[in-house]
Structure formats: structure tokens, C-alpha cells
Design a protein around this ligand. Structure first.
Ligand code: 86P
Length: 147
């Protein structure tokens, strides 16, 4: 059976100089283990847990941001499929806006750094093509909502 993980692409909108969509920043976390790769908050689904509960739990555990900090965006969920150490893995990402753009991120031991970055910088930190495409899809979704 495939490994399964769920998480949130968390973004915030900055007030100030940049007009939309340049005011949107995405949250990426850098692992403290392995290749120190960057991903949005996410993690493995516990037995019997539903996917959205996993996404919320992992975002709280890994970034200190709970449901009360997040506004889940309608109509967006993306599934990534890749292999980890020879096993298939599925990752579901929902999209959520940080309600208070100044809310603090608190990392767990699993991560050593985090950044809030605009789309292109997020794609270059993320590195993986499928995650880059997911971030671009999130941005398109947000831009389409404004029209
Ligand atoms: N010491 C140590 N411990 C580890 C390691 N590994 C795990 N632990 C432990 O597991 C716990 C984490 O548990 P959760 O938080 O529940 O799970 P996840 O959040 O799911 O975390 P993972 O890191 O397991 O899973 P991925 O992020 O999926 O990375 C796995 C590999 O997949 C590639 N990859 C990553 N993202 C993408 C993508 O978007 N696209 C594509 N195409 N490829 C991608 C990349 O090559 C990467 O190396 C930690 O606390 C550790 O105890 C490790 O290497 N050394």
C-alpha cells in the first residue's frame, strides 16, 4: 500500500507596497534530517485518521498554526505521487490562508528553518517539479478567485 501524507499549502497576503498577486507569500519548512528539503507542512496519515484531520494536525505540529489561524480555500486540493525509498507515496495538499499575516510560526524538531516566500522563490526552494506545479496551481486558483 502507498504511504499517504496530507498537508496545507499555507499562504499569507501582505499589506503594503506590492499589488496582488505579488503580495502572496507561501510557507515552506526545511527538514532537519535527510537532504534538508523544503515542503509545506504535511505528514503521514495515522491509522483511522481522515485526510483533512491529518493536514490540520501536521500543520499544528510542524508550524504551530492551528485551525483557528487558517482559512481553508474552497475548491483546491492537489494530489502528488512520488516514490520514497522504493515505495509509492501519495501526498494531498489543501490550500489555506493565514488569517493574521503576522501570526508566528513555531517549528518542531523535524524542521530547522522556515521561510515565507513569493511564488518563484517558493518553486526554487521546493525543487521538485510536482511540488512546483502544485504551488503554481495554487497561485492560479487564488488569481482566478479575484476575477
Ligand atoms: N533521520 C531521518 N529521519 C527521517 C528521514 N525521512 C523521514 N524521517 C522521519 O520521518 C518523520 C517525518 O514524518 P512526517 O512528518 O509524518 O512525514 P512527511 O512530512 O511525509 O516527511 P518525510 O520527510 O518522511 O517525507 P517527504 O517530505 O515526502 O520526503 C521524503 C523524500 O521524498 C522526496 N520528496 C519530498 N517532497 C517531494 C515532492 O513534493 N515531490 C517529489 N517528487 N519528491 C519529494 C525527497 O527526496 C525526500 O527525501 C521525521 O520526523 C523523521 O523522523 C530521513 O531521511 N532521515
Amino acid at each position: 500500500m502507498a504511504l499517504r501524507a496530507c498537508g496545507f499549502i499555507v499562504f499569507r497576503r501582505l499589506a503594503g507596497l506590492n499589488p496582488p498577486p505579488g503580495n502572496i507569500e507561501y510557507l515552506l519548512l526545511q527538514t532537519s534530517y535527510g537532504q534538508h528539503h523544503w515542503t509545506p507542512p504535511k505528514g503521514h496519515v495515522d491509522p483511522g485518521e481522515d485526510d483533512l484531520t491529518t493536514a490540520l494536525r501536521e500543520t499544528k505540529e510542524e508550524a504551530g498554526l492551528g485551525a483557528e489561524h487558517l482559512k481553508v480555500i474552497d475548491g483546491f486540493v492537489q494530489e502528488l505521487r512520488y516514490e520514497v525509498r522504493g515505495r509509492p507515496k501519495e501526498v494531498l495538499y489543501w490550500l489555506a490562508e493565514l488569517r493574521n499575516p503576522e501570526a508566528a510560526v513555531t517549528l518542531s524538531d523535524e524542521h530547522r528553518d522556515y521561510r515565507w516566500v513569493p511564488l518563484e522563490e517558493a518553486c526554487s526552494l521546493a525543487g521538485y517539479k510536482d511540488l512546483q506545479e502544485t504551488l503554481r496551481a495554487a497561485q492560479r486558483h487564488l488569481e482566478a478567485q479575484r476575477d
